[in-house]
Design a protein around this ligand. Structure first.
Ligand code: ZN
Length: 677
């Protein structure tokens, strides 16, 4: 390469790397893979090694991290928070040790510690007299962002170092370095909850952890399952261990979380073995790693070796091969979840990532496809981490040939072909057909539940059995069940069949509000159902109500009104209503006796609720009491009128007895509110 071309390439690399650095560290929204970034950086460092006179202070090789965002206060680190040089194979590890043993031959007999290289966010934690006082992100390595309030929300972070008998007494001033991250299991649970709530899912644990820590509202951070592991002391004004292995145990003894994946290695061969084993078993870990960190155990020896550029010579990061590849997106499929949420997934040209053939990957949600402008036929960047379902990171725009096709979300459910619905405040699309086979188990389960039609003895096992046998295709089919149908099912004898049929028949007498709850209109819970039943005598009347009319009911906003109208416009649901009527499941509410305006039955009374109530959730009970004019308080006092008692009550019952506060069960509460038994 001629000098001129090389120089030009260097400038281009600097520009590109600075851009990607900003995307990754400041915006938490990388557009290339870590592996691609590393390749560019290696190329830059190679050119700079040949031409040290070209190295400028603005070169990405000269800084450890990112620019600081202006949203948080800045916090200077007591010492630079350094990153490590990378080794990509075991030969790199051997030549590192060979290089540094020439500087100090004690390295030849050195011990090492191998630690997981957690794919999270580095944090710096300041303690004064054992109390956590400040914490920062790594920032550019010199100055980070003050995220103290957010760090405090991490449950494993010690807010005060406990001083135990025979335990270490923390130095007056102590600064600890650690990594904040999210366990894979917690990440999957978090996304599952978001899917069910119709909200946007997160793309990967690392970005979620980073985004959570840099939330300006720390109450949002508190809702994220952030975890922490510590591994270094940046500064202390008292004596601290001089060996890394002892230091980890010292941190542990002070109640800092330390990984159980740390390993003492008596020599270089043990290090090589440990690294190779970790590469093979990375999927078994409960968090994402992108490698292992190798540290010389003797911290004074390590420090005496000094630096090459900004990288300390006494430690090395062993990087695992990236779990990122590109492949062609052949099509986009849509799955219907148990709650009716439609989720898109990628149908891929099969490709191998880390020893696994991947044919499908998640596309998160329809907004993600639109935001990233993912088109069918695109070459897409794919990532796999642990056992998490592989996910598409985005399209490779440069690889477009022109034949790629833009994607439009489906207008009908892929399972039942009924129109899908979108609710204003949610990103998800839903199938709202109560008879949709993809959601049938869940819909029936809800229909028979205690808060709805309350059909005793109809547990999920039986629901699944009935659906599998083809006996129940929508909730109304329950009322057409015959004894001989049930006797053909496994585990059903005379008695059990009779009991179930009796419970089903008895549920026909449930009031209208329960039937409205049972049909499961999005956003319509028990309290709202009760309000609707006061205004409309039966399901048919409710089905004819327009959006504007529904909105005259207190608590019914435009979204719920729209959800109600949409639900009754689905043909499958209209047929369901007709079938209920045929089966005699047709409760009629007596709207003429609905309570006139005026004093409410629970006016002036204060209630405390404890334990699990038979049909109300805790919030449901609160709304119910408030609706009838009562007040709800959290703790029992002399001012409490009644304690509403459910199963497994807490200490509130003792307190009520002590103060002589009368106790009610749920039935008592309902009678007090004027409900007929
Ligand atoms: Zn459907």
């Amino acid at each position: 390469m001629s000098i001129g071309i090389e120089r030009k390439r260097l400038e281009q690399l600097k520009k590109e790397l600075n851009f990607h650095n900003y995307r990754y560290h400041v915006l938490d929204s990388p557009v290339i893979s870590d592996a691609e970034y590393d390749r560019l950086l290696v190329e830059l460092k190679t050119i700079e090694a040949d031409h040290p006179e070209w190295i400028t202070p603005d070169s990405p090789s000269q800084r450890a991290g990112a620019a600081v965002s202006d949203k948080f206060n800045k916090l200077a680190h007591p010492h630079p928070i350094l990153s490590l040089a990378n080794a990509f194979n075991t030969d790199d590890i051997r030549s590192w040790v060979e290089r540094i043993s020439k500087l100090d031959e004690r390295v030849l007999n050195a011990e090492f510690v191998v630690e997981p290289k957690i794919d999270g966010l580095t944090v710096v934690l300041h303690y004064e007299d054992g109390v956590f006082v400040r914490g920062a992100t790594r920032g550019d390595g010199e100055i980070g962002e003050d995220i103290t309030a957010n760090l405090r929300t991490i449950r494993t972070l010690p807010l005060r170092i406990p001083v135990e008998e025979n335990g270490p007494i923390p130095p007056h001033r102590l600064v600890v370095r650690g990594e904040a991250f999210i366990y894979l299991k917690d990440f999957q649970e978090l996304n599952q909850r978001l899917i069910e709530a119709g909200e946007k899912t997160y793309q990967n644990p690392r970005n979620t952890a980073a985004g959570s820590l840099r939330q300006l509202d720390s109450t949002l951070t508190a809702k994220r399952p952030l975890a922490l592991l510590t591994y270094d002391i940046v500064e202390a004004d008292g004596p601290i261990p001089r060996k890394q292995w002892d230091l980890l145990n010292y941190l542990k003894a002070m109640s800092f979380p330390v990984s159980d994946q740390v390993e003492f290695c008596p020599n270089l061969e043990a290090v090589i073995k440990a690294c190779e084993k970790r590469k093979e078993t990375r999927d078994l870990l409960s968090f994402e790693v992108d490698g292992a960190v190798i540290k010389i155990n003797d911290l004074e020896l390590a420090a005496s070796l000094g630096f090459v550029g900004k990288d300390p010579r006494g430690a090395m990061a062993f990087k695992f091969p990236a779990r990122e590849v590109t492949t062609v997106l052949n099509d986009i499929g849509v799955a219907v979840g148990r709650t009716g949420v439609l989720t898109p997934y990628a149908i891929l040209e099969p490709v191998e990532i880390g020893g696994v053939i991947v044919k499908q990957a998640t596309l998160h949600n329809f907004d993600f496809i639109a935001e990233k402008d993912i088109r069918i036929g695109d070459r897409v960047l794919l990532k796999r981490a642990g056992d998490v379902i592989p996910y598409v990171m985005g399209p490779v725009i440069d690889a477009r040939k022109g034949g790629e096709v833009c994607y439009k979300p489906p207008s009908v459910c892929p399972t039942c072909h009924e129109p899908v619905e979108h609710f204003n405040d949610e990103v998800a699309w839903y199938c709202v057909n109560a008879a949709c086979p993809a959601q049938l188990v869940r819909n029936i389960e809800h229909f028979v539940s205690r808060i709805a039609m309350d059909i005793a003895g109809c547990g999920i096992k039986i629901v699944e059995q009935l659906i599998e046998a083809g006996l129940v295709k929508d909730p109304s089919d329950l009322y057409g069940l015959k004894k001989e149908d049930l006797l053909n099912l496994e585990g059903f004898a005379e008695k059990k069949a009779d009991n179930l049929l009796e419970a089903i028949a008895a549920s026909k007498r449930q009031p209208l509000n329960r039937l409205i709850t049972a049909i499961g209109i999005h956003g319509v819970g028990e309290v709202m159902a009760a309000d609707l039943a006061k205004k409309y005598p039966d399901l048919e009347a409710l089905s004819k109500a327009g959006q504007a009319e529904l909105m005259t009911i207190e608590g019914v906003g435009p979204n719920i009104a729209e959800a109600i109208v949409d639900w009754f416009s689905v043909e499958g649901n209209r047929q369901l209503i007709r079938k209920f009527k045929q089966y005699g499941v047709w409760p009629v509410s007596d709207i003429s006796t609905s309570k006139p305006a005026g004093p409410q039955p629970l006016d002036g009374l204060t209630f405390v609720v404890t334990g699990t109530l038979p049909t109300f959730t805790r919030d449901g009970a609160r709304e119910y009491i408030q609706k009838f004019g009562g007040k709800v308080s959290e703790s029992v006092s002399k001012k409490t009128s009644y304690l509403v008692l459910g199963e497994n009550p807490g200490s509130k019952l003792d307190k009520a007895r002590e103060l002589g506060v009368p106790v009610l069960d749920e039935g008592g509460l309902r009678r007090l509110a004027g409900e007929k038994a």
